[in-house]
Design a protein around this ligand. Structure first.
Ligand SMILES: Nc1nc2c(c(=O)[nH]1)N[C@H]1C(S)=C(S)[C@@H](COP(=O)(O)O)O[C@H]1N2
Ligand SMILES: [Mo]
Length: 204
């Protein structure tokens, strides 16, 4: 199975010759950052809905999701609380492959990732369709633990960790941008760690 996986290595923009983005320190651990509690999820009733500005709305069950093409991704992970875990291997399904199922409309300019629980996060489609953006069910060869987002989490390596939503259950395509959970509570709308886009401009 594994040898069939396409392998992707995510290259961060390292404009100033830094090993890690400014203001970050490196950890080998994988801390857990969750607002609220870990949702209870049952694989029998689990669904991942792709909806909004699409020609064909799709709601995948766990079995259907697992039939999709898989990839392995090596990427960094940068949390806005200043820890960076530089080596991560994720296994999952590319957002771009999911989009193929739904046939997005031409005015689908933004994406909202929805989760079990109240969490959400937003991205422009130009960022969401980068080749290293995926929905992952394994981290470093192991099934992702409940704390880290089991059974499925989003991973967007070139943005701060709050955009890598855990326990995902939806991908909504939108014409206009809308802030997600943290984006409407003071975090930066874009969240590029190399530009230190941590907070709303008005807060800095
Ligand atoms: N659903 C959900 N996803 C979430 C969060 C959350 O509170 N709820 N926290 C975010 C934050 S701030 C970070 S840094 C990463 C941390 O992922 P980890 O807990 O697996 O390290 O998850 C992100 N995804
Ligand atoms: Mo975070």
């Amino acid at each position: 199975m594994l040898n069939k996986l396409g392998k992707i290595t995510s290259i961060s923009q390292n404009q100033e010759g830094l090993d890690v983005p400014p203001g970050q320190f490196v950890t080998k651990k994988f801390p857990i950052l969750t607002y609220g509690s870990v949702p209870t999820i049952n694989l029998e009733t689990w669904r991942f809905r792709i909806f909004g500005l699409v020609r064909e709305e799709v709601s995948l069950n766990w079995h259907e999701f697992n039939e999709l093409p898989k990839v392995e991704l090596e990427s960094e992970f940068h949390c806005v609380t200043q820890w960076s875990k530089l080596e991560n291997t994720w296994e999952g399904v590319l957002l771009n492959d999911i989009l193929q199922l739904v046939n997005p409309l031409d005015n689908a300019n933004f994406a909202m990732i929805h989760c079990y629980g109240t969490y959400s996060t937003n991205l422009p489609m130009s960022v969401a369709t980068d080749e290293d953006v995926l929905f992952a069910y394994k981290h470093d060869g192991e099934i992702i633990s409940p704390d880290h987002g089991w059974p499925l989490r989003f991973v967007v390596p070139k943005r701060y960790g709050w955009k890598s939503a855990k326990w995902v259950n939806g991908l909504e395509l939108m014409e206009h941008d809308k802030p997600g959970f943290w984006e409407s509570r003071g975090y930066h709308n874009e969240g590029d760690p190399w530009k230190e886009e941590r907070w709303w401009d008005s807060l800095t």
